[in-house]
Design a protein around this ligand. Structure first.
Ligand SMILES: [Zn+2]
Length: 301
């Protein structure tokens, strides 16, 4: 928290630089803001790294005296992994080596960068006081709610415009996928497409069945996600519930996508019941936080 690594120039091969003594693990820990979390965040990328034992100096190169990170992977990255790579590069780009300077440690709490026990004690005391002003559970819930709602909105927007990196969409972008990789990760019976994954897959159908049962509805579901969205959000339950149903639809497709990724990339089981309970739990928290069920003021008689 208070200590940082000051990486300087290592363009000369004879340099006894700190940069030579760190491996990828250290590289992933460079972002001090996410201290301790960054390896967890980029755990998958760590496994995809072509050479985990390489030194930091091997993960980049000097271009006109500027350091450029150059990470190498075992295979072509999927969209989600590419997004994570961009995030990682932007996180580690805060570390900018300067050609010609010696490496060393910096005590961030001191303006001159030098460590002293007295200052360390003052820092610990200040941190303790700051912890007392930590956000309340309500604040955290509100923050979590805003973040999750935004994620669900983005997912729903991508689903409705067929912009999700489903297998059929990846193939359309000339990303090679063999027959096994192209299969739906939930049922392993059909090729994965937006309409299949979010609506027609037998496993997905069970999730929508549970949701309809929860709402006390039995309607025939359309075969396209776009028409399903329209009919689901206008289920004849009254205008006041439109907001809730829109949020529920967004939450469901977002959770379906997350579960699909868990199955595809982490080998997890589908578990319809668990998925449905998670959707319900998120919806209850949203209702509580955003008062989704509040009736909008109406001038109609
Ligand atoms: Zn399927």
């Amino acid at each position: 928290m208070f200590l940082d690594i000051h990486i300087s120039g290592t363009s000369g091969s004879e340099s006894e630089s700190v940069i030579h003594h760190f491996n990828l693990l250290a590289l992933l820990l460079f972002d001090s803001k996410s201290y301790g979390k960054i390896l967890e965040l980029y755990f998958r990328l760590y496994h995809l790294c072509a050479n985990k034992e390489a030194l930091v100096s091997e993960y980049g190169r000097w271009v006109n005296e500027s350091w450029v990170w150059d990470l190498v992977w075992r295979r072509a990255l999927f969209d989600r992994e590419r997004e994570a790579t961009n995030e990682l590069i932007s996180a580690i780009s805060s570390v900018t080596p300067i050609a010609g300077n010696k490496d060393g440690w910096i005590w961030k709490a001191a303006s001159d960068g030098k460590y002293s026990t007295k200052l360390a004690y003052a820092c610990i005391e200040e941190h303790k006081n700051r912890s007392a002003l930590a956000p309340t559970v309500k604040d955290l819930l509100k923050m979590w709610g805003t973040a999750t709602l935004q994620k669900a909105r983005v997912a729903a927007w991508r689903v409705l415009r067929n912009r999700m990196p489903t297998c059929d969409n990846l193939k359309m972008r000339n990303i090679p996928l063999d027959e096994v990789d192209s299969m739906c990760s939930a049922c392993f019976q059909h090729n994965e497409s937006t309409n299949h994954l979010f609506l027609l897959c037998p496993k997905t159908e069970k999730v929508w069945d549970e949701i309809q049962r929860w709402l006390g509805l039995s309607t025939i579901r359309p075969q396209l996600v776009t028409t399903h969205f329209e009919s689901f959000t206008n289920l004849g339950m009254g205008k006041k519930n439109e907001k809730f149903l829109t949020a529920l639809w967004m939450c469901t497709v977002w959770q379906l996508w997350k579960r699909r990724n868990d199955c595809r990339f982490d080998g997890k089981a589908w578990e319809t019941k668990k998925l449905f309970f998670e959707i319900k739990a998120i919806m209850w928290s949203w209702v509580k936080i955003f008062n989704l069920l509040d009736v909008e003021p109406s001038f109609a008689s």
